[in-house]
Design a protein around this ligand. Structure first.
Ligand code: PA5
Length: 452
């Protein structure tokens, strides 16, 4: 099997000679700290050897539950937010037909997502759409108490029971949550739902290779064994025994740090030339944003879909403040072939492309963009993926996870917590007068009155 590849040559040219190699000792120390569990956040290292610890029997169990949902339902709603949602969506949308929900007679259920916002119109339109559909729900929440997810699940559970009765609902609602605590666990036990456990030592944004990602991905009809196999191979390829010169996770972590600390590049744009990777970049944004953005440090992670965003963000990237670098995820081979046809009139002047694949134009757009952006002062990292399938997405997931762990430790922060996420929740609960938040409610009301 081939592997994903990393090209940092168009980034290192922005750094002093020897910068990357100079990071080798720090990277090695970070890797050892991860392995030995001596780093900050060491109670959340379950992701590190997760791929190699997943058994075939466990994957078969997940596939069996997925099969039941697939047989009984035409639509599955995945309720979850952040790490309890983005990984599944990244893989499903990365592999699905771009028009999956419009295709009739499909063999896989339509996968929809909820619990990742509090849009009343969104939830109204979703519940309206589900009215004449055989649907099931995968309720995903590690804490089991996240407001967005709990709100959506309450609506969906009621609708499922109203439409099909409690007995059928029991077969088509699955919970993925903590093994003991939280409302999602209590409800699952009381109602007798099939459930899976999110391991204590795997944080949300590192959980795509637990049932959090694996069950929705299997329900969507994709091969979770190949996904895990890809991740497992990448676990080996990025191990502590792999020399720095060949370890792509170590090198990606090092070049990012060099660009940040030495070249003042504070923003990383992950760009793709495949619209299917839009949600992969969303997953990546959470992984790096929540892991690094603390103690007033961190590279701001953002994403663009090219060539789409070259017509909106392209100007800024080419000529705006030089605080950015780009990481392009490039897919070598599309899964389909489409050739440009001949046109007698040639009014668009495109007959010179006759007989060429659409992807050939896309690749020249990519190369042209890289060169232009580098000329404009934007360091460029390229991660190339042989093709979009489960195996290579598994590799890509583990590659970014491993590099993220190393990066955070080099920055001297705890990459595995997210204390900042609580601030908005505290205010929201205070504003909604949630029981238990009386003091906060009083304080926030006083603040709002004095702000007027
Ligand atoms: O990475 C994280 O920990 C967060 O993004 C969580 O996944 C997110 O807040 C959802 O939390 P929970 O799974 O507890 O509902």
């Amino acid at each position: 099997m081939e592997s994903i590849k990393l090209d940092i040559t168009k980034a290192t040219q922005f750094l002093n000679p020897g910068t990357i190699e100079a990071y080798a000792p720090q990277v090695a120390a970070a890797q050892v700290a991860l392995e030995k569990g001596t780093c900050a956040g060491n109670d959340f290292l379950g992701w590190l050897h997760l791929p190699s610890s997943i058994t075939k029997a466990f994957l078969t169990e997940i596939e069996n539950v997925a099969d039941t949902l697939r047989k009984k339902c035409e639509v599955i709603v995945v309720a979850g937010i952040g790490g309890s949602y983005l990984g599944a969506r990244a893989v499903i949308e990365g592999l699905n037909n771009s028009f999956a929900w419009l295709i009739k007679d499909k063999k896989n259920p339509t996968i929809l997502f909820a619990g990742n916002n509090i849009g009343e119109d969104y939830l109204f339109e979703l519940t309206t759409y589900l009215k004449d559909k055989k649907f099931g729900v995968i309720n995903i929440s590690k804490s089991g108490t996240t407001t967005e997810t709990a709100l959506a699940f309450r609506l969906l559970k009621k609708q499922c029971e109203d439409q099909f009765g409690k007995e059928f609902s029991k077969d088509v609602i699955v919970a993925i949550t903590d093994k003991k605590k939280g409302a999602a666990r209590i409800t699952a036990t009381q109602e007798g739902y099939k459930s899976f456990v999110i391991p204590d030592n795997v944080g949300g944004r590192f959980s795509v290779l637990t049932p959090v990602g694996l069950l929705p991905i299997a329900v969507a009809g994709f091969d979770i064994k190949a996904l895990v196999e890809g991740a497992k191979d990448m676990e080996k390829e990025t191990g502590t025994d792999v020399p720095f010169a060949n370890n792509i996770a170590a090198r990606y972590a090092a070049v990012r740090q060099g660009l940040y600390a030495q070249a003042g590049k504070k923003i990383e744009i992950v760009a793709n030339f495949q619209p299917k990777l839009h949600y992969f970049a969303e997953w990546w944004k959470q992984l790096y944003g929540e892991s690094e953005g603390k103690d007033h440090k961190g590279i701001f992670p953002t994403a663009c879909d090219f060539t789409t965003d070259l017509h909106s963000m392209g100007q800024w990237i080419q000529e705006g403040e030089r605080s950015i670098f780009e990481t392009i995820i490039s897919v070598e081979q599309p899964n389909s072939t489409l050739l440009f046809p001949h046109d007698n009139e040639n009014l668009d002047g495109l007959n010179f492309l006759e007989g060429k694949r659409v992807d050939e134009v896309n690749k020249m757009a990519e190369l042209g963009t890289r060169l232009a952006h580098v000329d404009g002062g934007v360091p460029n990292i390229r991660v190339s993926v042989p093709t979009l399938n489960e195996y290579y997405l598994g590799q890509l997931i583990y590659f970014f996870e491993k590099a993220c762990g190393i990066s955070g430790l080099i920055m001297d922060i705890n990459p595995f917590n997210q204390p900042g996420v609580e601030a908005y929740k505290k205010n929201m609960f205070a504003l909604l007068n949630k029981p238990g938040y009386e003091a906060e409610s009083k304080a926030i009301q006083e603040r709002l009155t004095s702000d007027k």
